[in-house]
Design a protein around this ligand. Structure first.
Ligand code: NAD
Length: 259
């Protein structure tokens, strides 16, 4: 079997972790970084380029794994598709027209791409299991816990989980309202009858609990992320799977056949 050659787009925190994960994986190797804002040079023994077309022509990658910036990813994707290179995209905050464009471009070229907002397999399974449980319980609450530097509350994962849970049922969940609320907001935010509580503390990374309540029982589904390495098994799996695809797949749940 020939080695999969991976070019890493974005030489930041995620990009460097991806290059290390790929280097440790049998059957694949990192051939370099491309980063629109980086000076040409070397990083962890790999060449760094700022020109995507030049890097592709020099290094002949099979797959580009992109964890960079939404301002860079669409241009990079266009160049990758033009050169017949497969794409795994983890960058978030992408423009709304990006996924429809990539879907059309990959179908036309009969080539593979994966775009996923969350590469942590456990988080994807947590959402999947929560969606499965949603129709069996009328009450559910979500507690998400993150480090104190997080800019948004609730987390995107909590909001997506609530949307998936609500979408799995005909009626909204039952949302008990307290008769008295001496401290307003004590019941958290609410979506589709699901109360969502955001905890922000130094020392936390990214954690979420989905608690279902029914007659004489509760069911708790919990996922804990302890570091950026949590994303790596999903990224590496996507790099392998993208070689078998002839179209765009959005989300690890679709890639793993969970939908
Ligand atoms: N999908 C997932 O599971 C997942 C997980 C973690 C992070 N992310 C996303 O990955 C991306 C990178 O995260 P990070 O923590 O490595 O960030 P980072 O800031 O450490 O690295 C970003 C890299 O992108 C480059 N960059 C920034 N703006 C650019 C521009 N305009 N043009 C070209 N290059 C540019 C920077 O030079 C830098 O090397 C973010 O969008 C983040 O939300 C996704």
């Amino acid at each position: 079997m020939t080695e999969l050659k991976i070019l890493v787009s974005g030489a930041g925190k995620m990009g460097q972790q991806v290059a290390a994960a790929v280097a440790a994986e049998p059957g694949m190797s990192a051939v370099g970084f491309v980063d629109g804002l980086a000076a040409a040079g070397n990083l962890s023994g790999l060449p760094v380029a700022s020109d995507a077309a030049g890097a592709i022509e020099a290094l002949h990658p099979d797959v580009i794994i992109d964890f960079s910036n939404a301002a860079w990813t669409p241009g990079l994707a266009r160049i990758a598709i033009e050169h017949g290179v497969r794409l795994v995209v983890g960058t978030t905050g992408l423009p709304d027209d990006f996924v429809p464009w990539l879907s059309a471009a990959t179908s036309q070229r009969k080539t593979g791409a994966v775009v996923a907002a969350n590469f942590a397999i456990g988080a994807v399974l947590m959402m999947h299991f929560a969606r499965q449980a949603a129709r069996f319980f009328d009450n559910a609450e979500i507690i998400e816990l993150h480090h104190d530097q997080k800019v948004d509350s609730p987390s995107g994962t909590a909001k997506t989980t609530a949307e998936l849970m609500r979408g799995a049922r005909e009626a909204p969940f039952t949302h008990p309202v307290s008769e008295k609320e001496p401290l307003p907001g004590a019941r958290g935010a609410e979506y589709g009858g699901i109360a969502i509580h955001s905890v922000r503390l130094p020392g936390l990374v990214a954690h979420q609990e989905v608690i279902f309540g029914g007659l004489g029982q509760t069911l708790t589904i919990r996922h804990d992320t302890t570091g950026r390495d949590s994303f790596m098994p999903g990224v590496v799996a996507a790099a392998r799977e993208v070689m078998k695809l002839d179209h765009l797949v959005v989300g690890l749940d679709e890639l793993f056949g969970l939908r």
